[in-house]
Design a protein around this ligand. Structure first.
Ligand code: CP
Length: 310
């Protein structure tokens, strides 16, 4: 049970900046909202006087739709911005864009941006609550929260549980936020992938590195599988996707060869046949779609708790 009834922060910039008590409070609040979104009438008036701007300077399917739905379920007024069709293309700065939006009396900003640190920068210059929906290769805090919440639903308290994060760790904001979140909840974390996709000094974060996929799977209770982020790779980090799938793809024969059953997760979007085979992604061990469902309740909790501090 959370030892607090308020978050310790006005913004959700990263998991690094929040406490274990904050995470437990978000999960308890999400439990209530999960019950709400499974009712015939899925809407509550909690954010009726709050206006939220969703600023997406980078592509998104799950996160953007999940935030939009969470905001609608809480009865907030929302406006949506996509960089591709905005005046950013005419040379406007991030701060000018956001200040123009704020002058329309916006209370909260959900932002995805390709530059690591962009949400932190904004939080120092503007009055609205900022929620980071992914900043470059840095953090994706609501993804880590919904991942940990889904893990807890599957295996209970994460204290001492063993979680391996597999794949393109070096380019992944999901990996970094997961590491911070899982460690704050007492889990043991390993990362697994080809040496070129593992950051050089990652052990300094308190995680172990395993280059052998089968050994990593034998060790863990849960495998969180990440995609190869080809759009962020200006160098060739792997010889080919075929070779990656051969050595680091999670497939059914590999899982069948283990002495145990493990929970399979993926934040999406999935590259079927590369990091995960279809028969694993669609299997009973996979909680990939539960992650997406939980994302709405967890984001409702984050929005509600941050708005409560206004
Ligand atoms: N998991 C995730 O962030 O997906 P999107 O890029 O589709 O939002």
């Amino acid at each position: 049970m959370a030892a607090t009834s308020q978050l310790s922060t006005d913004h959700l910039i990263g998991i690094k900046q929040i406490t274990a008590d904050d995470i437990h409070l978000i999960f308890e609040t999400a439990n209530n909202f999960k019950e709400v979104i499974n009712r015939p009438i899925k809407k509550v008036p909690s954010l009726r006087d709050i206006t939220i701007a969703n600023l997406f300077f980078e592509n998104s399917t799950r996160t953007r739709l999940s935030f939009e739905l969470a905001e609608k379920r809480l009865s907030a007024d929302t406006i949506n911005f996509s960089a591709a069709s905005s005046s950013v293309k005419k040379g406007e700065t991030l701060l000018d864009t956001v200040n123009n939006i704020l002058s329309m009396k916006v209370d909260m900003i959900v932002m995805r941006h390709p530059a690591p640190g962009a949400p932190m920068f904004l939080s120092k210059h503007i009055d609205a609550n900022i929620i980071n929906a992914g900043d470059g290769t840095h953090e994706h805090p609501t993804q880590a929260l919904l991942d940990a919440y889904s893990m807890q639903e599957s295996v209970g308290d994460l204290q001492g549980k063993k979680i391996v994060i597999i794949g393109d760790i070096v380019h992944s904001r999901v990996a970094l936020s997961n590491i911070f979140c899982l460690q704050k909840l007492g889990a043991k974390v390993k990362v697994c992938g080809p040496p070129t996709l593992i950051p050089k000094h990652i052990q300094e974060l308190g995680v172990e590195v395993e280059f052998d996929l089968k050994k990593a799977l034998e060790w863990c209770d849960i495998a969180n599988i990440l995609r190869i982020q080809l759009e962020r790779q200006d160098l060739r980090y792997i010889p080919s996707l075929r070779e990656y799938a051969l050595y680091f793809g999670v497939n059914k024969p590999l899982l069948d060869s283990l002495d145990k059953e493990i929970v399979i997760m993926h934040p999406g979007p999935i590259n079927r046949g590369v990091e995960i085979s279809s028969d694993v992604a669609d299997s009973d061990h996979s909680i990939i779609l539960q992650q997406v469902e939980n994302g709405v309740a967890v984001r409702m909790a984050v929005l509600f708790l941050l708005a409560s501090r206004r």
